[in-house]
Design a protein around this ligand. Structure first.
Ligand code: PLP
Length: 222
Protein backbone atom coordinates (compact mmCIF):
# COMPACT_ATOMS: atom_id res chain seq x y z
CA UNK A 1 0.00 0.00 0.00
CA UNK A 2 1.24 3.49 -0.79
CA UNK A 3 1.83 6.05 1.89
CA UNK A 4 -1.14 8.10 0.77
CA UNK A 5 -3.53 5.17 1.08
CA UNK A 6 -2.01 4.24 4.44
CA UNK A 7 -2.30 7.80 5.74
CA UNK A 8 -5.90 8.02 4.61
CA UNK A 9 -6.83 4.74 6.21
CA UNK A 10 -5.16 5.71 9.47
CA UNK A 11 -7.05 9.01 9.65
CA UNK A 12 -10.36 7.42 8.67
CA UNK A 13 -9.98 4.77 11.36
CA UNK A 14 -9.32 7.47 13.91
CA UNK A 15 -12.23 9.84 13.25
CA UNK A 16 -15.91 9.27 14.10
CA UNK A 17 -18.19 8.20 11.25
CA UNK A 18 -20.19 11.40 11.27
CA UNK A 19 -17.09 13.51 10.58
CA UNK A 20 -16.48 14.09 6.87
CA UNK A 21 -12.89 14.04 5.66
CA UNK A 22 -11.96 16.56 2.97
CA UNK A 23 -8.60 15.60 1.45
CA UNK A 24 -6.82 18.88 0.71
CA UNK A 25 -4.93 18.26 -2.53
CA UNK A 26 -3.63 21.79 -3.22
CA UNK A 27 -0.18 21.81 -4.89
CA UNK A 28 -0.40 18.02 -5.37
CA UNK A 29 -0.37 16.38 -8.78
CA UNK A 30 -2.86 14.13 -10.50
CA UNK A 31 -1.06 10.84 -9.64
CA UNK A 32 -1.18 11.65 -5.93
CA UNK A 33 -4.85 12.59 -6.11
CA UNK A 34 -5.55 9.35 -8.00
CA UNK A 35 -3.83 7.36 -5.26
CA UNK A 36 -6.19 8.84 -2.73
CA UNK A 37 -9.11 8.26 -5.08
CA UNK A 38 -8.18 4.63 -5.53
CA UNK A 39 -8.03 4.27 -1.77
CA UNK A 40 -11.69 5.30 -1.73
CA UNK A 41 -11.48 9.04 -1.09
CA UNK A 42 -14.08 11.09 -3.00
CA UNK A 43 -14.10 14.50 -1.33
CA UNK A 44 -11.18 16.78 -2.15
CA UNK A 45 -10.40 20.40 -1.29
CA UNK A 46 -8.55 23.03 -3.31
CA UNK A 47 -7.81 26.65 -2.38
CA UNK A 48 -6.96 28.20 -5.75
CA UNK A 49 -9.55 28.52 -8.51
CA UNK A 50 -6.96 28.30 -11.32
CA UNK A 51 -5.53 25.10 -9.93
CA UNK A 52 -8.92 23.53 -9.36
CA UNK A 53 -10.11 24.44 -12.87
CA UNK A 54 -7.00 22.82 -14.35
CA UNK A 55 -7.25 19.60 -12.34
CA UNK A 56 -10.97 18.91 -12.39
CA UNK A 57 -11.37 17.83 -16.06
CA UNK A 58 -8.40 15.45 -15.74
CA UNK A 59 -9.87 13.54 -12.81
CA UNK A 60 -12.88 11.25 -12.25
CA UNK A 61 -16.24 12.99 -12.48
CA UNK A 62 -17.53 11.57 -9.21
CA UNK A 63 -15.00 13.54 -7.16
CA UNK A 64 -16.74 16.07 -4.92
CA UNK A 65 -14.67 19.24 -5.01
CA UNK A 66 -14.77 21.62 -2.08
CA UNK A 67 -13.41 25.10 -2.65
CA UNK A 68 -11.66 26.23 0.55
CA UNK A 69 -9.62 29.32 -0.38
CA UNK A 70 -10.10 33.00 -0.96
CA UNK A 71 -12.29 33.31 -4.04
CA UNK A 72 -12.25 36.20 -6.50
CA UNK A 73 -15.58 37.14 -8.03
CA UNK A 74 -14.26 36.82 -11.59
CA UNK A 75 -13.38 33.14 -10.96
CA UNK A 76 -16.76 32.08 -9.63
CA UNK A 77 -18.24 31.25 -13.03
CA UNK A 78 -15.51 28.71 -13.76
CA UNK A 79 -16.12 26.62 -10.67
CA UNK A 80 -19.91 26.78 -10.26
CA UNK A 81 -20.58 24.17 -12.98
CA UNK A 82 -18.96 21.39 -10.94
CA UNK A 83 -18.02 22.45 -7.41
CA UNK A 84 -19.89 20.57 -4.70
CA UNK A 85 -19.32 23.05 -1.89
CA UNK A 86 -17.78 26.50 -1.47
CA UNK A 87 -16.53 26.57 2.13
CA UNK A 88 -15.01 30.03 2.09
CA UNK A 89 -17.83 32.54 1.68
CA UNK A 90 -16.58 35.65 3.45
CA UNK A 91 -18.49 38.55 1.90
CA UNK A 92 -21.79 39.54 0.34
CA UNK A 93 -20.32 40.25 -3.08
CA UNK A 94 -19.06 36.70 -3.51
CA UNK A 95 -22.38 35.22 -2.41
CA UNK A 96 -24.17 37.42 -4.91
CA UNK A 97 -21.91 36.21 -7.72
CA UNK A 98 -22.23 32.54 -6.71
CA UNK A 99 -26.02 32.93 -6.71
CA UNK A 100 -25.99 34.62 -10.10
CA UNK A 101 -23.75 32.05 -11.77
CA UNK A 102 -25.52 29.08 -10.19
CA UNK A 103 -28.91 30.38 -11.26
CA UNK A 104 -27.79 30.57 -14.89
CA UNK A 105 -26.93 26.88 -14.92
CA UNK A 106 -29.82 25.82 -12.75
CA UNK A 107 -27.73 24.61 -9.83
CA UNK A 108 -27.98 25.19 -6.09
CA UNK A 109 -24.51 25.55 -4.60
CA UNK A 110 -23.94 24.47 -0.98
CA UNK A 111 -21.89 27.14 0.82
CA UNK A 112 -20.32 27.64 4.24
CA UNK A 113 -19.80 31.01 5.89
CA UNK A 114 -16.13 31.40 6.78
CA UNK A 115 -15.47 33.03 10.14
CA UNK A 116 -12.31 34.67 11.37
CA UNK A 117 -11.63 32.86 14.65
CA UNK A 118 -7.82 33.04 14.76
CA UNK A 119 -5.64 35.71 16.31
CA UNK A 120 -3.68 36.03 13.09
CA UNK A 121 -4.74 38.94 10.93
CA UNK A 122 -3.72 37.07 7.80
CA UNK A 123 -6.66 34.71 7.84
CA UNK A 124 -9.86 35.58 6.04
CA UNK A 125 -13.37 35.42 7.37
CA UNK A 126 -16.39 37.18 8.76
CA UNK A 127 -17.02 38.29 12.31
CA UNK A 128 -20.49 37.97 13.86
CA UNK A 129 -21.44 41.54 13.08
CA UNK A 130 -20.55 41.15 9.40
CA UNK A 131 -22.37 37.83 9.24
CA UNK A 132 -25.54 39.31 10.71
CA UNK A 133 -25.36 42.22 8.26
CA UNK A 134 -25.11 39.71 5.47
CA UNK A 135 -28.00 37.62 6.76
CA UNK A 136 -30.30 40.63 7.21
CA UNK A 137 -29.49 42.03 3.78
CA UNK A 138 -32.63 41.96 1.65
CA UNK A 139 -30.81 40.59 -1.38
CA UNK A 140 -29.49 37.68 0.69
CA UNK A 141 -33.05 36.61 1.37
CA UNK A 142 -33.76 36.54 -2.34
CA UNK A 143 -30.89 34.18 -3.19
CA UNK A 144 -32.39 30.93 -4.39
CA UNK A 145 -29.37 29.26 -5.93
CA UNK A 146 -27.27 28.93 -2.81
CA UNK A 147 -27.78 26.78 0.25
CA UNK A 148 -26.00 27.90 3.42
CA UNK A 149 -24.92 24.64 5.05
CA UNK A 150 -22.93 25.88 8.04
CA UNK A 151 -19.67 27.54 9.02
CA UNK A 152 -15.95 27.15 8.41
CA UNK A 153 -12.92 28.47 10.26
CA UNK A 154 -9.20 28.11 10.81
CA UNK A 155 -7.53 28.25 14.21
CA UNK A 156 -4.30 30.08 14.93
CA UNK A 157 -1.18 28.18 13.91
CA UNK A 158 0.30 27.65 17.38
CA UNK A 159 1.54 24.97 19.75
CA UNK A 160 -0.79 26.39 22.38
CA UNK A 161 -3.54 23.78 22.30
CA UNK A 162 -5.72 25.59 24.82
CA UNK A 163 -5.87 28.55 22.47
CA UNK A 164 -6.74 26.33 19.50
CA UNK A 165 -9.43 24.64 21.59
CA UNK A 166 -10.87 28.00 22.60
CA UNK A 167 -11.00 29.16 18.98
CA UNK A 168 -12.79 26.01 17.85
CA UNK A 169 -15.25 26.32 20.76
CA UNK A 170 -15.88 29.87 19.58
CA UNK A 171 -16.73 28.65 16.07
CA UNK A 172 -19.10 26.08 17.50
CA UNK A 173 -20.81 28.81 19.54
CA UNK A 174 -21.12 30.92 16.37
CA UNK A 175 -22.69 27.94 14.61
CA UNK A 176 -25.17 27.38 17.44
CA UNK A 177 -26.13 31.04 17.58
CA UNK A 178 -26.73 31.22 13.83
CA UNK A 179 -28.62 27.94 13.89
CA UNK A 180 -31.00 29.18 16.57
CA UNK A 181 -31.45 32.68 15.28
CA UNK A 182 -31.39 32.30 11.49
CA UNK A 183 -31.47 28.67 10.45
CA UNK A 184 -33.78 26.95 12.94
CA UNK A 185 -35.95 25.72 10.06
CA UNK A 186 -33.07 24.86 7.76
CA UNK A 187 -31.99 21.22 8.14
CA UNK A 188 -29.17 21.79 5.65
CA UNK A 189 -27.48 24.16 8.09
CA UNK A 190 -25.52 21.50 9.97
CA UNK A 191 -21.81 21.64 9.14
CA UNK A 192 -18.94 22.96 11.23
CA UNK A 193 -15.84 22.69 9.05
CA UNK A 194 -12.84 22.99 11.33
CA UNK A 195 -9.62 21.05 11.87
CA UNK A 196 -6.52 20.57 9.70
CA UNK A 197 -3.53 18.19 9.88
CA UNK A 198 -2.17 19.69 13.09
CA UNK A 199 -5.38 20.19 15.01
CA UNK A 200 -8.21 17.99 13.74
CA UNK A 201 -8.35 15.89 16.91
CA UNK A 202 -9.02 19.03 18.95
CA UNK A 203 -11.54 20.23 16.37
CA UNK A 204 -13.46 16.95 16.61
CA UNK A 205 -13.55 17.23 20.41
CA UNK A 206 -15.08 20.66 19.92
CA UNK A 207 -17.80 19.45 17.57
CA UNK A 208 -16.34 19.53 14.08
CA UNK A 209 -18.41 17.75 11.42
CA UNK A 210 -15.91 18.25 8.60
CA UNK A 211 -12.11 18.25 8.72
CA UNK A 212 -9.81 19.51 5.96
CA UNK A 213 -6.59 17.53 5.96
CA UNK A 214 -3.75 17.99 3.49
CA UNK A 215 -0.18 17.32 4.60
CA UNK A 216 -1.11 14.43 6.89
CA UNK A 217 -2.44 12.59 3.83
CA UNK A 218 -0.21 13.77 0.99
CA UNK A 219 2.95 14.77 2.85
CA UNK A 220 4.58 18.17 3.19
CA UNK A 221 3.93 20.84 0.56
CA UNK A 222 6.97 22.59 -0.90
C1 PLP B 1 -4.16 24.02 3.19
C2 PLP B 1 -5.45 24.09 3.90
C3 PLP B 1 -5.87 23.04 4.74
C4 PLP B 1 -5.04 21.79 5.01
O1 PLP B 1 -3.85 22.09 5.66
P1 PLP B 1 -2.91 20.92 6.26
O2 PLP B 1 -2.25 21.58 7.41
O3 PLP B 1 -1.97 20.55 5.18
O4 PLP B 1 -3.78 19.80 6.66
C5 PLP B 1 -7.11 23.16 5.35
N1 PLP B 1 -7.89 24.24 5.17
C6 PLP B 1 -7.55 25.26 4.37
C7 PLP B 1 -8.47 26.40 4.21
C8 PLP B 1 -6.30 25.22 3.71
O5 PLP B 1 -5.95 26.25 2.93
Amino acid sequence: MSNIAENLNRIKAEIPENVKLVAVSKTKGLPEIMEAYQAGQRVFGENKAQELIAKQPELPADIQWHFIGHLQTNKVKYITPFVSMIESVDRMKILQEINKQAMQINRIIPCLLQFHIAEEETKFGLDMKEAEELLTNSSFKSFQSISICGVMGMATFTEDFTQVKREFAHLRAIFQHLKEKWFADAPDFREISMGMSGDYQIAIEEGSTMIRVGSKIFGQRY
